[in-house]
Design a protein around this ligand. Structure first.
Ligand code: 4AD
Ligand code: MG
Length: 486
């Protein structure tokens, strides 16, 4: 708490307290722009509390030229002054400076964020400074907003946040795309008699890796606390350099005892709608800014590449629409008979039941066919993880994926296999040793119940909420193949 310092958001918000106009106030922040003449200077100051800048009016009679000469874009200032009604357009108030202290200068020759449009690619290389741009400050405020809303949603519904481990010895998804955690010397590891690396000598006495999912531990929690969720970083060493994949991303994984697949789908749909509505209700300034920014970008695009909805329309649309729920089998039939499949426009053609769906197929279903969010369920067991509940048909499992416009898969989940013998059979078929999963299997031996859960990729959600097209632009410091700067 700082007594006399005000955040710009407080000064430009709707409920301006009387103390802010009856006495001098102090604001601190970074200069976005400075313009003016011999008679008067205007400085746009931003402290990150809001998308809006506070206009500082600096009169050379109050603020010396020596001080004004040190003020450039990027400099940090502490300004004391009087809040007055603004004469010009834009904000209702501006600050008539009495004193300005330059806390930190920024050399105009070398400061990278000069006031002009920078490309997202350029700003990724300046990830240490990009939160100082309007776009990224809006994105990161919204990231905070969604974090808060997620905890609020679950807290209000009696879910408990469970911290699952980051370092694990198991591969929850069975995909084998894990980062190893070790303290062994890579040049000279201890070897077994057979000449293999001897992980018994390693820090944990066994092979360990960064987690790909907190689900298995969340299940243990759900089978005691009923409704839990994890919210933590997850790591995948998949070498896919796409605009939707990160090597380090955050995932929210609710897990609910006594839920079947329908309950799971209901929760997933309600949850994302709540989050989007929360952003619309509480972060309108940032969303308006991003909406306008994207409208401006669209103007440079060809007509056929423009999206048919604005960001705000897309958000409202998701809140208002009932997600389409169809089985994998129905989806395959639609895709097989679709135009892009018949005209061989898909990169991966759909010719038979059992094919794994690629993002081109998911996006066709969402963007072209149903034109709304789609939940696909009952997938072939061959393309899904070992823990999913086997259906009566012996071919499919009670899986569900939520597909979103512009994103593709945003949520993956399932009802879990709670029957011990079925689980053991599936693990054997898939070559997963029971020995390593003894603790997981014990929950099926002692008081097992039907239960379900899902995982939502936090950055995929952020892409949807902010309309940003590249997942690298919704996390402060992205980790992707060949990139771990900052
Ligand atoms: O579908 P996934 O792999 O499911 C799981 O990990 C389950 N254990 C979840 C559960 O049932 N508790 O991943 C879940 C979500 C995906 O739908 C996607 O949104 C996101 O995580 N995701 C990624 N996000 C960014 N970069 C990546 N490399 C991602 N891989 C998955
Ligand atoms: Mg998935």
């Amino acid at each position: 708490m700082q007594k006399s310092r005000w955040k710009i958001k407080q000064l430009l918000g709707d409920n301006l307290p009387q103390e802010a106009t009856s006495q001098p106030v102090v604001v601190k922040g970074w200069v976005r722009t400075k313009r003016g003449s011999k008679n008067v200077n205007f400085i746009a100051l931003n402290d990150g509390s809001t998308i809006y800048n506070l206009q500082i009016v600096a009169d050379p009679e109050q603020v010396s030229e020596a001080v004004l000469d040190r003020i450039h874009t990027g400099a940090a200032l502490s300004v004391t002054g009087t809040l007055v009604e603004s004469q010009g357009q834009g904000q209702r108030f501006e600050l008539q400076a009495e004193t300005i202290e330059v806390l930190g200068e920024a050399d105009p020759e070398t400061y990278p964020l000069q006031p002009k449009k920078h490309s997202y690619e350029f700003l990724r290389e300046k990830a240490h400074l990009r939160p100082r741009t309007s776009t990224f400050s809006a994105v990161f405020r919204l990231r905070h907003a969604m974090t808060f809303a997620i905890h609020k949603y679950f807290h209000d519904r009696g879910f408990y946040c469970l911290h699952s481990p980051i370092i694990t010895g198991s591969d929850a998804e069975g995909a084998g795309e894990m980062f190893r955690v070790t303290t062994l010397d890579p040049k000279n590891p201890p070897l077994t008699e057979e000449g293999e690396v001897d992980f018994q000598e390693d820090f944990f006495g066994k092979e360990a890796n960064l987690t790909v999912s907190g689900q298995l531990e969340a299940e243990l929690g759900a089978l005691a606390l009923s409704d839990v969720y994890t919210f933590g970083p997850t790591f995948r060493a998949e070498n896919s350099n796409t605009s939707r994949h990160l090597a380090e991303f955050w995932m929210i994984e609710p897990e609910m005892a006594f839920y079947d697949l329908d309950d799971n789908m209901d929760l997933a749909e309600d949850f994302v709608k709540y989050l989007v509505q929360f952003a619309l209700d509480n972060y309108a300034d940032d969303l308006d800014f991003l909406n306008q920014r994207q409208l401006d970008e669209e103007k440079n695009k060809k007509k056929e590449e423009r999206s048919d909805m604005t960001l705000l329309e897309r958000l409202q649309f998701v809140v208002d629409s009932e997600f389409e729920r169809i089985t994998y089998t129905e989806a395959i039939n639609i895709l097989r008979n679709s135009k892009p499949n018949k005209k061989k426009k898909f990169q991966f053609l759909i010719d038979q039941w059992g094919a794994d769906l690629q993002s081109e197929h998911e996006r066709f279903l969402v963007e072209k066919h149903f034109k709304k969010p789609v939940i696909l369920y009952n997938y072939p067991k061959e393309i899904k993880a070992f823990y999913m509940r086997q259906n009566e048909d012996d071919k499919t499992v009670a899986a569900m994926d939520v597909l979103f416009p512009g994103i593709g898969e945003i949520i993956g989940g399932s009802q879990r296999e709670e029957r011990l013998s079925n689980l053991q059979r599936r693990m054997a078929e898939m070559g997963i040793p029971e020995k390593e999963m003894w603790w997981y299997l014990e929950t099926r031996k002692f008081g097992t119940v039907p239960h379900s859960g899902f995982g939502i990729g936090f950055e995929r959600l952020m892409m949807f909420v902010t309309g940003m097209q590249n997942i690298r632009d919704v996390i402060p410091f992205p980790r992707t193949p060949k990139n771990a700067e900052f």
